[in-house]
Write a protein that binds this ligand. Structure first.
Ligand SMILES: *Cc1c(COP(=O)(O)O)cnc(C)c1O
Length: 463
């Protein structure tokens, strides 16, 4: 048996290293035991040398291990992938104004459900309704936990026990198993599919109508596009048809942008205002996709329908908390001045960053990193590339960008794009980058300037 085991200190001696800290004892013991067990494993597999087990080195590794293990579970991550609305990385980064609003609402009591004019109980739903109406042209609005619950609540409130007509070309699955047919089933409505995958005509909707029909649902095909021999029915025609039968037209818009982004190359997406003006009765969209706010589902449209949705008992289960409402309220405020919105809302800022700005940004990161790279092993370049909007919005839109690329000249187990991709997941903070043609890429579109120094430190730690 290896005598290295004898170099491992006892749990007690390890615990003494943390005498001046505030870690809860039970959690600290777990972390120390896990650390020691990891070291025993490394000794068994011959992965560790005697010098790594010397007191100073070992205790420093122990402290780092415990600090990481006992820090909050939600950790900062650097998004170097270039996917702006990255659902797995938390979607939108909030504007400073939104963070301040959350801080204010959370650090003391607030008027969440208290009408300060009347001095009595109020409704949390009024906090953002006016702003949503003003920014979208809708008569009334309501906010719930996310867009999936918005769709559910709308269908359950307006169509329970009846049929809803949907085009076959729009029976989508959004990442993470949000399937329109499943949501409809759960909401107590029956799906009546019409048309074919590539073509649906007004006549298909007309033929499908029966006394059981409660609504027409239009779904934004967020993450794909049908191109080529294709047809669907424009909203104003669908609205005319629905209204002639006294049923509402509901539009699940998915991402939903409050401002027109076509000047930035983000085309073929209507604004929420445009959708409302097209004659729909209810539109639903996410708060944390292109809008750039907190996770939320926004329901906007005609007052008679919103009033019915507000009466649904399930609203209580799907309502937002004060953190969300304060962040959303502050984000919406920024939209009253479009220039301010582009400047202050990180998602909009990242989506509309010019090539020129991105090139300069990439050069700055390149300059910061080139000095620390071992020149004989890696080559660092700035290259043009493509970033993605993400979040199911603008699926085939290419956003031209610049990336700092690490090319590996002398390939071995520690110096390859794949190895770096894995090692960056374990740095503090972790970096989620992209690998393309054996190069590791930092797409600067989604990296904040303040994160450059952190990237430098992460690289130093893995070298
Ligand atoms: C993203 C999306 C959803 C789900 O929205 P969440 O806010 O993630 O719940 C629903 N429908 C469409 C069309 C979407 O794009």
């Amino acid at each position: 048996m290896s005598n290295l085991y004898r170099l491992l200190p006892s749990v007690d001696i390890c615990l003494r290293q943390f005498r001046d800290t505030m870690y809860p004892h039970a959690l600290l013991c777990d972390a120390v035991n896990a650390f020691l067990s990891e070291k025993r494993g490394q000794i068994k597999d011959n992965l560790i040398k005697a010098e790594d087990l010397k007191e100073e080195k070992l205790f420093s590794a122990l402290k780092e291990y415990v600090c990481y293990a006992l820090s909050p579970r939600v950790k900062k991550v650097i998004n170097a992938s270039g996917v702006v609305i990255h659902t797995n990385l938390g979607r939108s980064v909030l504007a400073k104004e939104a963070l301040d609003a959350v801080n204010l609402a959370a650090s003391g009591y607030c008027n969440l459900e208290f009408d300060l004019e009347k001095g009595e109980r109020g409704s949390r739903h009024t906090l953002v309704e006016k702003d949503i109406c003003k920014l979208t042209g809708a008569e009334a609005a309501l906010v719930v936990n996310n867009n999936a619950s918005a769709v559910y609540l709308v269908l359950n409130s307006l169509c329970f026990g009846g049929e809803v007509i949907v085009s076959r070309g729009e029976l989508v699955e959004i990442g993470g198993s949000f399937r329109i047919p499943e949501v409809m089933k759960q909401s107590g409505t029956a799906l009546h599919e019409v048309g074919t995958t590539n073509k649906t005509h007004l006549k298909d909707y007309q033929d499908a109508f029966s006394e059981n029909t409660k609504a027409v649902l239009k779904v934004h095909t967020s993450n794909y596009r049908i191109i080529g021999f294709q047809a669907d029915v424009p909203n104003h025609e669908l609205a005319e048809f629905a209204h002639s039968r006294n049923i509402p037209l509901i539009h699940d818009l998915g991402s939903g942008s409050l401002i027109d982004l076509s000047a930035f190359g983000l085309r073929n997406e209507p604004t929420v205002k445009g959708i409302v003006a097209s004659g729909i009765d209810i539109v639903t969209f996410s708060g944390d996709k292109v809008l750039g706010g907190p996770q939320a589902g926004i329901i906007a449209g005609k007052k008679e329908y919103i009033d019915r949705i507000k009466k649904n008992q399930m609203l209580r289960a799907l309502r937002c908390d004060k953190l969300t409402l304060s962040a959303l309220s502050a984000t919406l405020r920024l939209y009253y001045d479009e220039k301010l919105a582009f400047e202050k809302i990180p998602t909009l800022n990242a989506l509309t960053a010019s090539k020129d700005i991105l090139k300069k940004k990439a050069k700055r990161l390149h300059n910061m990193l080139k000095g620390i790279m071992p020149k004989e092993k890696v080559k660092l370049t700035v290259e043009e590339n493509i970033s993605r909007v993400g979040g199911g919005a603008f699926p085939e839109t290419d956003l031209p960008t610049y990336a700092v690329c690490v090319e590996f000249l002398e390939k071995n187990s520690a110096f390859s794009a794949k190895a770096w991709k894995e090692r960056f997941l374990k740095t503090d903070p972790p970096i989620v980058g992209r690998v393309e043609r054996d190069k590791f890429l930092f797409d600067v579109r989604t990296i904040a300037n303040e994160e450059f120094i952190l990237i430098r430190n992460c690289i130093l730690s893995i070298l």
